[in-house]
Design a binder for this molecule. Structure first.
Ligand code: ZN
Length: 906
């Protein structure tokens, strides 16, 4: 670990930075200068900082108390490509830096190409204009360790410093940065530096002597100096952007903060919702945290090429088009994405940006909190009709346990010795498990005390760094008792418990906790953690509901007396654990389902499904429970769980035609009547969950191959092919209609989807739906065309490639071919993705739906023979997922068949 971390001898306190961007050069490139003020904590003869080898350093100079401004030959700088660190040997110029010396400054000038790999300072291609020209623009993506690809820096979150940035660009370009612009004046290069040390003269303006470019008039824009901040949050951009504007009036300060959203001119009209959400969210955050938004402005920039979903650069949020663009052809899901992503990034303006984790092992402090706020707390206030608490269970709570039930999972707080490990923990554990743990704590202590504690924590560490214990301290202070010790195992230990409920005749329950594993084979040493489990026992007595909020299980087991024969644990599904009832109790709960809330039913269904797939109970028990709930169910989210269970069984038994077809009959049997009742069109006043239920019913019945539903889909798609009339395609049903119409259809349907995919006017979520459709065809010649697109960087953007692997993985006919493709092209894919996030998603898409023992052996052997260090977590998790599925097949095929026969589906 010590090798990767920077030494503690010298640290930066202030960067003067000038960046000159030349988008018209061939290749597009930038040159830049920095003067970095240094604090010298230990005497040293070298300075070590982060620098990526793609930056070419041309000038270096150093000034300090005992080493007056001195030019340093670039030969004194050695760059280690593996650790992305540079060592500047001061011995080479006969000097060193003495501890405590004042006025040490490092000057560096460098230049580099604007890369296309979505890291550092990179170029993005806009949509083609009427002449087929695609404008380029440039923006940054630094998190977690790519600031060093744009500038020499101390690229660790603990090294907060202030930044005074100036951007030099052609005068018709818009330049953006974390802060507001203080001046913009014409720029012409000054005379070349007589020598490097001249740059450290008090009279020198950083960037003024950067080399001239061949054409155009240039402007230099100076931005206000930032507060102390971490490198990964620094951001700038340059391009031909349009914008929409609004304002935030702070109740805390009385100040007005300009809010803008930027995009290319052809897309800006789709950005209004993103801007509105920002405006609605800011006052709520200020009130909850009791801390004003601290910067003078807040921009969002929408980018065509973006590796992650979005990024919380302080004052300049960035993100991909699907995260921020929305119009009348977008689905409700797309609207929710815009809302939750913008609110997530806004939460980071406090959680992450003002207060930053000390090191990446505490990444969860950023991501869990932003997920909790963006996917739950803020939408509940702004969009109550979305019923986000129930949806949180259906998404993050389920996702968290789905990953954390694997042996290859990791604790929320995990050692991050190098950049490949840092990259890998941007996963469901940091986001969804972390958020679920915080939601559990919030439910137990109450929202008011929870946010009071959060506010205490934030105020104590403003403009500084913190770790988990600091958050627990704030909440403990607010609650009046120590919460750190009870929360520790939730973040420091891997996994979560299953609570087994045994019943004796006299209303006494014996409750026992054990670690839950997807392979139900927990071994002694793996079962040592005892979690603090809020039991939240709910009883229903003659229509009256009670919840015991005081019952906590923190030992291995305990007894509990219930007052009614109608009860369940984990009321409202607030706790992050599974509950296993006896088969008799589960059957009773199925019959009593409507006595419990939607949140309860979602949790019960999810538990039943997870316990069956992991071998804690029989699959027939889960199927029977789901079928029983379905008979009385009316709500979207429980149906979504039922659809998931049946879809999972169909997916795991995908190579067993007999079971697969029979399960499809079960799916159609439950969902087709819903389609008949609800139809394909929304009524204007349908609430969101009714729309979602309609879309779920149609998509599940279609996935099950229901002929009537498929015929209707084909009928609705046809005018789109012949007349370009999409009025029959309800946006919420669009992905289902696109994929099924192509699946059922032929060349004309496929060509139509290609046209939609390639059209610059298609909205971003429509393009994604078209991608899935291109992967769904059953015709060999057409699917060959989709496979032929995969290596073509002009046909598929790097950021979108994983979507194709996901789509092809969902197509039974080519599932094996898709996996084989990724194996055959592993080296090329590694090169294309470099160190970005895409390949991680591609691995899940390509291999995640395999379930046979044969595939397990093949995939394990493949990964065993290749270097997968950068992806070792997701590879281990994927292989373990195939293992669990193949165990499930071996264990329960006869049980599933018996249930299907008994219920006349087989
Ligand atoms: Zn985030």
């Amino acid at each position: 670990m010590a090798d990767y971390r920077l030494p503690t001898t010298v640290r930066p306190t202030h960067y003067q930075l000038a960046v000159k961007t030349d988008l018209a050069a061939t290749p597009a490139s930038f040159s830049a200068e920095a003067i970095i003020d240094l604090a010298v904590d230990e005497t040293t003869s070298s300075i070590v900082f982060n620098l990526h080898p793609s930056l070419s350093v041309t000038h270096i100079a150093l000034a300090s108390g005992d080493l007056e401004a001195t030019a340093i030959p670039t030969s004194a700088l050695s760059v280690d490509a593996e650790t992305e660190r540079a060592t500047l040997d001061l011995g080479a110029v006969g000097g060193g830096l003495t501890a405590g010396v004042h006025g040490a400054k490092l000057f560096v000038r460098w230049e580099a190409e604007l890369g296309g790999n979505m890291m550092g300072y990179y170029k993005s291609n806009g949509d083609a204009d009427e002449h087929g020209n695609r404008p380029i623009y440039a923006l940054t993506q630094f998190e977690p360790t790519a600031a060093r690809r744009a500038m020499p820096c101390w690229d660790e979150p603990l090294h907060k410093a202030t930044y005074a940035l100036s951007m030099i660009a052609r005068e018709d370009q818009v330049v953006l940065a974390n802060m507001d612009a203080v001046s913009a004046v014409p720029w012409q290069p000054a005379a070349p530096l007589s020598s490097s040390e001249a740059a450290l003269d008090a009279s020198y303006t950083v960037g003024s002597s950067l080399p001239a470019s061949s054409s155009g008039s240039w402007t230099v824009t100076q931005f206000t100096t930032t507060p102390p901040m971490s490198t990964y949050l620094v951001a700038f951009a340059c391009g031909d952007f349009a914008h929409l504007a609004a304002e935030h009036h702070s109740k805390l300060t009385g100040k007005t903060i300009p809010l803008k959203i930027y995009a290319t001119a052809n897309q800006i009209h789709k950005a209004q919702l993103g801007l509105d959400v920002k405006k609605w969210g800011l006052p709520i955050y200020e009130e909850l945290f009791d801390i004003p938004y601290p910067l003078p402005k807040l921009d969002t920039l929408v980018a065509h090429d973006f590796d992650m979903g979005a990024m919380e650069n302080w004052g300049l949020i960035t993100g991909r088009t699907t995260a921020y663009l929305y119009d009348e052809r977008s689905s409700l899901a797309a609207k929710k994405r815009v809302g939750t992503v913008q609110l997530h990034e806004l939460a980071h303006m406090w959680f992450g940006d003002i207060v930053t984790m000390k090191w990446w092992d505490n990444l969860w402090l950023n991501e869990a909190f932003a997920t909790l706020m963006g996917s739950l707390v803020l939408p509940e206030r702004i969009f109550p009709e979305w019923k986000m608490n129930s949806e949180f269970i259906d998404t993050h709570w389920v996702r968290a346990m789905d990953l954390d039930c694997r042996r290859s999972s990791h604790p929320i707080e995990v050692a991050c010795p190098d950049s490949s490990q840092i990259n890998q923990i941007f996963d469901a554990i940091s986001y969804s498990k972390g958020a679920s743990v915080l939601r559990m704590l919030k439910s137990v202590v109450g929202e008011e005390k929870f946010f009071k504690g959060v506010s205490i924590y934030l105020k104590k560490h403003l403009y500084s760094n913190a770790q988990s214990s600091d958050l627990w301290e704030g909440i403990s202070q607010s609650v009046g008792k120590d919460m750190g010790s009870v929360m520790a195992n939730w973040t420091l230990k891997v996994g979560f418990p299953v609570i087994t409920v045994e019943e004796s005749g006299d209303s006494e329950l014996k409750l026992t906790q054990n670690r839950f594993l997807s392979t139900n084979d927990v071994k002694g040493g793996e079962n040592e953690t005892l979690w603090w489990v809020p039991l939240e026992v709910k009883t229903v007595n003659g229509g009256k509901t009670d919840v015991d909020h005081d019952a906590i299980l923190s030992d291995r087991s305990a007894t509990y007396k219930v007052s009614s024969d109608s009860f369940k644990l984990n009321a409202e599904t607030i706790g992050l654990y599974r509950v296993q009832y006896t088969p008799e109790r589960l059957a009773k709960l199925g019959a009593q389902a409507q006595s419990f809330t939607v949140d309860d039913r979602v949790g019960l269904l999810s538990d039943a499904s997870a316990l069956a797939s992991a071998g804690y109970s029989k699959t027939s028990a889960a199927l029977a429970f789901a079928a029983a709930v379905a008979t009385t169910e009316t709500e979207y989210l429980p149906f979504s769980q039922i659809s998931n269970l049946l879809g999972t069984v169909a997916r795991v038994w995908w190579e067993d035609d007999e079971v697969h077809d029979a399960i499809n009959k079960v799916r159609a049997n439950i969902f087709r009547p819903l389609v008949d009742k609800m139809g394909y069109e929304h009524a204007e006043d349908d609430p969101p969950d009714v729309k979602q239920l309609r879309a779920l019913a149609v998509s599940t019945a279609a996935a099950a191959g229901d002929e009537t539903v498929l015929a209707e889909i084909v009928k609705r798609f046809e005018p789109f092919v012949t007349l370009n009339d999409d009025s029959g395609i309800t946006p919420d049903l669009q992905r289902t209609i696109f994929t099924k119409a192509v699946r059922e259809g032929s060349k004309a349907e496929y060509e139509k989807m290609l046209e939609v995919y390639n059209s610059p006017t298609s909205n971003p979520s429509t393009k994604v739906d078209a991608m899935f459709a291109l992967c769904a065809t059953q015709e060999p010649a057409l699917i060959d065309r989709t496979f032929a697109m995969l290596p073509d960087t002009k046909a598929i953007k790097d950021q979108d490639l994983y979507i194709f692997f996901k789509g092809l993985g969902a197509n039974r006919a080519v599932r094996h071919r898709n996996a084989q493709y990724v194996m055959d092209n592993w080296v090329a894919l590694n090169e294309r993705y470099n160190a970005s996030f895409g390949l991680r998603n591609a691995i899940g898409g390509a291999f995640g739906k395999l379930s046979s023992k044969h595939d397990l052996e093949r995939v394990s052997a493949f990964f065993g023979a290749h270097d997968v260090k950068k992806y070792k977590l997701v590879v281990a998790q994927t292989v373990e997922g195939i293992q669990a599925a193949s165990d499930w097949l071996a264990r329960d095929t006869e049980d599933v068949k018996a249930w299907l026969k008994e219920n006349r589906f087989l």
